[in-house]
Design a protein around this ligand. Structure first.
Ligand SMILES: [Zn+2]
Ligand SMILES: [Zn+2]
Length: 338
């Protein structure tokens, strides 16, 4: 396939909305994912089960593409990271090629999209040992450090989709790492908001929230020496959870081994409660951390967010952007703690 053909058939582009300033990613290679646009009922069977799972050991034979492998004592792997077969961004572009398209701004979708899988098809975070979860965090950090300094990369998004409703197309436990040439709108808002608060109050907005949540205890889910987990006061969906380092830390990539173990405890607690108390719902888990675009973000406070698929965006949400949450977080936290 020539480069020209590739550009016509496979398309990775970021377009900036003229009014909101929001970037939207167009990634046509992803259309080719089988059954992607089919209706819900027909798609139910779509989640690859263990029999033909592409992430189980027997199926992952293409070792050449692995970018990270953690081996066990017996030589077998326990975790590996490799490029996503259906990437949202392409590492084949050499440049972002920023240009105008009529009144719009357009750049090429330069980036990296990787998948992290753990060995056991049946064992996800709630059923893992702390040491295994810490190993996932280890790999997150290692890939973050490898990708953050690559040309054009401004943000590295780390996330996990669990369950079909949360966008997972494969059942096998996995996470994704996407290195992007822009700072995505959600992170942009989060960074801006925390900077504005810092300028106005001379303290970190997240530190202030954590202190208040610890004092109140109403929305508190979990606490150890290093981390605290809460249902946020302004939860966007029922049973939303956030995990914060108790110390003011801006850059996830600087996490220490001791902190990884403590974070693993918090993650296991939160996801186990979700599984047990809400009958194993689909969820998205993701990291918000200071961007890697060369600027200083000491005011920021990294954290993980967990969004169970407990809400559907309907007319009000879509037309106004106002999310409607059907349970107050105080009650959600109480139900989760039980
Ligand atoms: Zn599998
Ligand atoms: Zn802070």
């Amino acid at each position: 396939m020539t480069t020209k053909n590739k550009r016509e058939n496979i398309f990775f582009q970021l377009r900036k909305d003229l009014v909101s300033g929001t970037w939207v990613l167009f990634s046509t290679k992803r259309d080719k994912r089988p059954d992607f646009f089919k209706k819900e009922e027909e798609k139910k069977e779509g989640l690859e089960n263990i029999k033909n799972c592409p992430f189980c050991k027997e199926k992952i034979t293409d070792q050449e593409k692995d970018v990270l492998v953690y081996a066990k004592n017996d030589g077998d792997w326990s975790l590996k990271v490799f490029p996503n077969k259906f990437p949202a961004l392409s590492s084949e572009y050499k440049d972002i090629n920023k240009r105008d398209h009529g009144p719009f701004e357009v750049i090429d979708g330069v980036g990296y999209h990787e998948v992290l899988v753990t060995e056991d098809h049946k064992k996800d975070i709630p059923d893992m040992e702390i040491i295994q979860i810490a190993e996932i965090l280890d790999a997150y950090q290692e890939r973050y450090l490898a990708l953050m300094n690559r040309k054009h990369i401004k943000y590295v998004s780390i996330f996990k989709n669990y369950g079909h409703e949360a966008g997972a197309s494969i059942e096998h436990p996995h996470s994704q790492i996407v290195a992007m040439p822009i700072i995505d709108p959600d992170v942009f808002r989060s960074i801006n908001g925390s900077e504005n608060y810092f300028n106005a109050h001379k303290e970190c907005v997240h530190c202030a929230m954590i202190e208040w949540e610890k004092d109140s205890g109403k929305r508190l889910l979990f606490e150890n020496e290093e981390f605290v987990a809460v249902c946020p006061f302004v939860s966007r969906v029922p049973f939303e959870m956030r995990i914060y380092p108790k110390r003011h830390l801006s850059y996830f990539e600087r996490i220490t081994d001791e902190q990884k173990v403590k974070l693993a405890e918090a993650m296991k607690f939160c996801l186990s409660k979700l599984k047990k108390n809400l009958n194993d719902p689909a969820y998205n888990l993701f990291l918000h951390t200071a961007p890697c675009n060369g600027q200083i973000y000491d005011h920021y406070h990294w954290h993980f967010e967990i969004f169970p698929k407990t809400n559907i965006w309907a007319g009000l949400e879509l037309s106004t952007g106002i999310e409607v949450c059907s349970i107050i977080p105080e009650r959600a936290a109480r139900m989760l703690r039980e």
